[in-house]
Design a protein around this ligand. Structure first.
Ligand SMILES: [Mn+2]
Length: 471
């Protein structure tokens, strides 16, 4: 724990930061407590009760994804399902009822010692009860329980993100295709419950903020390891590998998203997927990478010179993106619309590109026309949490920018602030000295009543700090 100084609204503020860095032993296997998930279910049941008696939520786990004929992709639970259950295995269905005082039924795969010897332990009924179910059943009995529950319910709130087969099964059961004249019997309704979960997820609870901070701290160590590796690395793969090895070693079993580690002209490819090109002295290395700890992820980008020192042009672009990001972070205040970060960053970027002569014309005209969008192709902020682009409404789309919404920020929201400037090789009408420069700086910001709190502030961000970290 230590204190850092920062500038906010022209005032110097001192922020106390807990868990400044990840312990060397890491956070392997760390999870939020069972009370977190039961609390979420209680709030979900309240929402179901508000819809009226006879309301039943049906929540589906992530389906397994094949990798080839006899293997699956590594399984990672659906975030909505995880948020409400804490269950980490596939093949599970959760039922939450608006009626009665034992609203939670969990349906799970049956125990199967032969399969478990190959693929690891299953919860079974006993494990499901331990995770807080009021009653639990395994399949195929679970199918009967599900059919009965749907038959009894008046209204189904379906939370099913990616299991098409399951969704079809439920819709067929609730809204059967009728062929007789008794349409008066078909009175059930289906509500898409994902927005209910999304709204809960959009305001982070203290335990979630703490877990995000851990993911951020682990990812900071990963970025530092990657910077260190780039001093001797000859390929992007060694830089990405240093990050991934470090975060895995500190307890990130998954990455929140595929690492983006593009050097040189590849720094201009927003979601560069390959990370395997040779590094050349004088190039910039952009790395956008985040580790996931206890199901929560960080999302951090740094850009640094491979040989440890920014060239004049690289430094000019870097300082501009930095200035834009500072303006964006300041906009992360309670009551400010989500799009405000993008207003702030884009104005700085646009004016700066005019001042550097990369865009020609009058500052106001250039900004209004959106000429800068050619070099700053994406939005500035997205929610962050269980998913890298976390659940939560952004509000009505901004009519001009369309890269964000008008939803007002509240304490407990976590969002990224990530402006960038990308001038790819061959950019028409741009002096070649600027070409091949791509810079993005991305930090993870918590909105608090006291102002923005940059959760990733410990990772060097100012150009001179980045150069110092590379020494
Ligand atoms: Mn991001």
């Amino acid at each position: 724990m230590f204190r850092i100084k920062g500038m906010l609204f022209g005032l110097t503020v001192v922020t106390t930061i807990l868990s400044a860095q990840a312990p060397s032993t890491g956070y392997h296997g760390l999870r939020l407590p069972i009370s977190f998930f039961s609390g979420n279910r209680a709030r979900m049941v309240q929402q179901l009760r508000a819809l009226g008696p006879g309301t039943l939520a049906v929540i589906k786990s992530m389906p397994e994804q094949p990798r080839n004929g006899d293997g699956e992709q590594a399984f990672r639970q659906d975030s909505d399902f995880y948020y409400l259950t804490g269950v980490e295995e596939p093949g599970a269905v959760a039922l939450l009822s608006a009626d009665g005082d034992k609203p939670y039924t969990l349906l799970v795969r049956p125990r199967d010692l032969k399969r478990e010897a190959w693929n690891g332990p299953r919860l079974g009924i006993e494990g499901a009860m331990k995770l807080g179910a009021d009653q639990a059943f395994d399949f195929p009995k679970g199918d009967e329980v599900l059919t009965e529950a749907i038959k009894k319910a008046q209204r189904i709130v379906l939370v099913c993100n990616l299991d098409r087969e399951f969704r079809t099964k439920i819709l067929d059961a609730v809204l059967p295709l009728g062929t007789d004249n008794n349409h008066g019997l078909f009175r059930k309704s289906v509500v898409d419950g994902r927005h209910m979960v999304a709204e809960m997820r959009s305001i982070k609870q203290p335990a979630e903020i703490d877990m995000i901070q851990k993911a951020v701290d682990v990812s900071i160590e990963g970025h530092l390891a990657a910077m260190k590796a780039s001093r001797t690395a000859t390929n992007e793969g060694q830089v990405a590998g240093a990050f991934e090895g470090a975060v895995r070693g500190l307890g990130a079993r998954f990455l929140g998203y595929d690492t983006i580690a593009g050097a040189g002209n590849q720094s201009c490819i927003l979601h560069y997927p390959f990370n395997d090109a040779p590094l050349h002295p004088g190039e910039l290395q952009l790395m956008d990478a985040g580790g996931e700890v206890g199901y929560y992820t960080a999302d951090i980008t740094r850009t640094w010179p491979v040989n440890g020192k920014f060239s004049t042009e690289q430094r000019a672009i870097y300082d501009l993106v930095f200035k834009a990001q500072e303006a964006g972070i300041v906009a992360c205040v309670v009551g400010s619309p989500h799009i405000a970060t993008h207003y702030a960053t884009s104005r700085v970027v646009s004016d700066g590109l005019v001042d550097l002569g990369i865009i020609k014309g009058d500052r106001d005209e250039v900004y209004k026309r959106g000429d800068w969008k050619r070099f700053f192709l994406h939005g500035t902020s997205h929610w962050l949490g269980l998913d890298v682009h976390d659940a939560g409404d952004y509000g009505s789309k901004d009519p001009i920018y369309r890269a964000g919404g008008r939803r007002l920020l509240e304490a407990g929201m976590v969002l990224t602030v990530e402006p960038g400037i990308y001038i790819a090789k061959g950019a028409e009408g741009v002096d070649p000295k600027w070409q091949g420069i791509g810079v993005r700086i991305e930090d993870d910001v918590l909105v608090t009543q006291e102002g923005p709190k940059n959760l990733s502030a410990h990772l060097p961000r100012k150009a001179e700090d980045v150069e110092r970290a590379l020494k």
